[in-house]
Design a protein around this ligand. Structure first.
Ligand code: GLN
Ligand code: ZN
Length: 759
């Protein structure tokens, strides 16, 4: 212990805080600003208040640094582009004169320019704005806002660690926009601006710069070693010490990174604990090593006793050890204290952003010999309760799992035989038409749901209201002449929440929002226990809809991978195990739908590709269990029952074998914006089952014309045999209005009829 007490160089910090606000203040303020309801000054004030709240929390928790520079309008990658004057010239704005109004146009587009592209931030549900690199890219330095934030933070008289997205990641995360252009030629000019900025930061008294290079965990970064080395050689002269920060996975190229001339290194010890030993061995003793020990991606209270044992060992072996969140706290909700509806037991198992700060401070203090015994005892007790709670470990689920055999995840006969039986039952025309599930979620629907939730609309009245919506959707579809109908999903708020609310093992928060992109937030459910379906979830709605029509009514479910992917998941069993439990719950629903006479059942998996791990070397393992989970959910039915799946816009080409392995009778995909290019991959792969490439973009209010869709379908038949083609929109129609949906679907059916006359 004396040896430990001597060690005073242990510090605690977070890589970044959530910036949307504990009550989503920033979301509402940005949206008001966009609507012209508030001015820039008011919006700025909301941003400043969120920053102040974060710093007060960090200071009150006793962290060793205030993290500054993690706040961003809309997105931190976009913000970094603005900082370095690297926004695309096509908008025609001068980088030195960017007010908020012009700034947001890059993210949202304007009447002349389409918005910059957006894509997933590594394997999170956060989306960043993709930088555009071209021969015309120039850099400058526009640090006024950033320096102003440093000044704001200085009021708290705590050392400041400033966060910057690193030059290698910034370039790597963008897209090359001119032909034959190599983005890496931009590196020297970009580095010149980083160098200038670092000097400014030193002048204003910043203690450390956390330079985020998450790109260094991707396998492709291996090939960029020369650029990484050049970049950090150039920044060697930085007057502020640099903490090179990686997260989400093991770093590639560790031996080379360990030689970089930076003062510190941060690695993720939660998602990639296997790298800690190597990092210890290779990272120089006299430099700072920051270990991300508190999970920035999930909401579980940490087993601090267990972490402490490990960290104490590590602390003995290092002179300068920092303890951090594994990544930015952007990916978790702000504060558990806002939750008033979660019961005390469940709450005691959780830690949101605020609680994570406290965990870090506890660990730092404990290493220094000041163990907060009450904190430790409470955490250990919660952990122990969770390990044995009957709410988590459900014997019914264990029994159900024990009964599963390999044949449960296979249909009885191969697709060709099933197809004949399904055709005999459904008797569909060539190019059957259908939709993806949802119809417009009108204000009336949302009001009824809200009133029902608040107890102002009785169950019976709610039932009548939803049935009326369903009846209307069915009547509309019959009018358009669609072949396979849907009930329209009026009763669903959200495709995951709707099911999660009816399953055991799921919990929902009131304020557990995390930023998805811009002002958009999601509130992922928490899967805390064994997932179990106590009773049918959709059968009565679907059966009611079927009773209104002689056309086949498609049952509509969310698949196990998507249910998993869009939730906070258990950390006490592998994701694959949770997926299997959800799969069994969905399977029971599928079987119940079949028993109710439903002949076509769609199991949506829009998040199927999203689940891919960051490292390609372990993709196959994920794909194996994800496919297995889907098939387990789908294969409880007879061969004459037709299983559909649906996936939104994704890069399918590299996972086509897995998509084919799902063995869905029909898959519908989003393709219209790629001009059927995406479908080509399915054709080249000789995708064996039926497929419905989306023929129009549901994200746009524009009504597609008959000719356009005929044109797309003509392209489609060149790639996929006519007898295996379906005709449908890209995705669900819940964000559209009936006035758009009606002509669009009428045109779609007309396009299809034109095609039928020629086949
Ligand atoms: N069935 C869902 C709907 O139509 C599918 C949504 C999705 O793919 N994201 O809304
Ligand atoms: Zn979709």
């Amino acid at each position: 212990m004396t040896q430990l007490q001597a060690l005073t160089n242990v510090k605690a910090h977070v890589l970044g805080a959530a910036r949307i606000g504990a009550q989503r203040e920033l979301k509402f303020a940005m949206e008001q600003f966009w609507r012209g309801e508030i001015g820039a000054e008011e919006l700025e004030a909301v941003g400043a208040a969120i920053r102040a709240d974060n710093w007060q929390r960090q200071k009150a928790a006793g962290l060793d640094f205030l993290t500054v520079g993690d706040f961003a309008w809309y997105d931190h990658v976009l913000q970094t582009c603005a900082l370095f004057g690297a926004l695309p010239g096509r908008f025609g704005f001068h980088p030195a004169q960017l007010d908020l109004k012009t700034y947001f146009q890059y993210a949202r587009g304007n009447t002349e320019q389409f918005a910059m592209e957006m894509t997933k931030w590594f394997d999170t549900n956060y989306h960043y704005i993709v930088p555009e690199w071209s021969v015309n890219t120039q850099f400058g330095l526009h640090a006024e806002r950033l320096l102003a934030q440093v000044a704001e933070a200085q009021q708290y008289a705590t050392p400041i660690k400033l966060v910057l997205l690193g030059p290698v990641s910034l370039l790597a995360l963008g897209k090359e926009k001119s032909a034959d252009f190599d983005r890496w030629t931009l590196l020297p000019a970009l580095l010149a601006q980083y160098k200038k900025l670092l000097v400014c930061l030193q002048e204003v008294g910043v203690s450390w710069v956390q330079i985020d290079e998450p790109y260094l965990v991707l396998e492709e970064s291996k090939a960029r070693l020369p650029q990484v080395e050049a970049a950090y050689a150039a920044l060697q002269s930085s007057p502020v010490p640099l903490l090179l920060t990686t997260y989400f996975e093991t770093v590639e190229n560790l031996p080379a990174l360990a030689r970089l001339p930076v003062a510190g290194l941060h690695v993720d010890a939660v998602r990639a604990p296997q790298q800690v030993a190597q990092v210890f061995a290779q990272w120089p003793q006299d430099k700072v090593l920051s270990l991300g020990v508190v999970d920035g991606r999930n909401i579980w209270r940490q087993d601090v006793a267990n972490i402490l044992t490990k960290v104490q060992d590590w602390a003995k072996a290092r002179k300068h050890l920092w303890l951090g969140s594994s990544c930015s706290l952007l990916h978790v909700p702000v504060d558990l204290a806002s939750e008033h509806k979660l019961d005390a037991t469940l709450k005691s198992w959780l830690a949101f952003g605020q609680q994570k700060l406290e965990e870090l401070a506890f660990l730092r203090n404990a290493i220094k010999g000041e163990v907060d015994q009450r904190f430790l005892a409470a955490a250990s007790q919660a952990r122990a309760e969770r390990a044995h709670s009957a709410r988590i470990h459900n014997p019914l689920v264990a029994q159900r799992l024990a009964q599963v055999s390999a044949s449960d995840a296979e249909r009885a006969q191969p697709y060709a035989q099933r197809q004949a039986q399904q055709q005999a039952r459904l008797n569909l025309p060539l190019f059957p038409t259908t939709t993806i599930g949802s119809f417009p979620q009108t204000a009336a629907i949302r009001q009824a749901r809200k009133a029902n939730k608040q107890g102002q609309l009785s169950q019976l009245d709610y039932l009548h209201a939803m049935r009326a919506e369903i009846a209307e959707a069915v009547a509309q579809q019959e009018r358009y002449g669609l072949d396979v109908l849907v009930h329209g999903e009026a009763e669903r708020n959200d495709m995951v929440e709707y099911f999660g609310e009816q399953l055991w093992g799921y919990a929902f928060t009131e304020y557990g929002w995390v930023q998805s992109y811009g002002s958009r937030c999601v509130k992922p459910p928490i899967i805390y226990g064994d997932v179990y379906r106590p009773e049918a979830m959709t059968v009565s709605w679907t059966a009611y809809a079927q009773s209104l029509t002689s056309k086949p009514m498609k049952g509509m479910l969310t698949g196990p991978v998507t249910m998993l992917q869009w939730s906070f998941v258990r950390d006490d069993q592998p994701r694959s195990a949770t997926a299997k439990q959800i799969a069994l719950a969905i399977r029971d629903e599928v079987v119940d739908l079949e028993k109710a006479g439903i002949a076509v059942i769609q199991i949506d998996e829009p998040a199927f590709r999203e689940g891919l791990p960051l490292k390609q070397s372990v993709w196959q393992d994920y794909l194996n269990w994800a496919v297995e989970a889907f098939k387990l959910s789908a294969c409880g039915v007879r061969d004459e029952t037709q299983i559909h799946t649906h996936m939104c816009y994704s890069e399918f080409n590299d996972i086509l074998p897995a998509i084919a392995a799902l063995d869905a009778d029909v898959i519908t995909i989003e393709t219209s914006r790629s001009d059927m290019e995406l479908l080509r991959g399915f054709g080249d792969f000789a995708y064996p089952n039926e497929i419905g490439p989306g023929v129009y973009d549901i994200h746009s209010p524009r009504v597609p014309q008959v000719d356009e869709m005929v044109n797309l379908l003509e392209k489609a038949v060149q790639v996929i045999p006519a007898e295996r083609l379906w005709v449908n929109p890209d995705c669900g129609l819940k964000t559209r209005r009936w006035e758009e949906v009606a002509p669009a679907l009428q045109n779609m059916v007309a396009a299809c009829q034109q095609l039928r006359t020629r086949w």
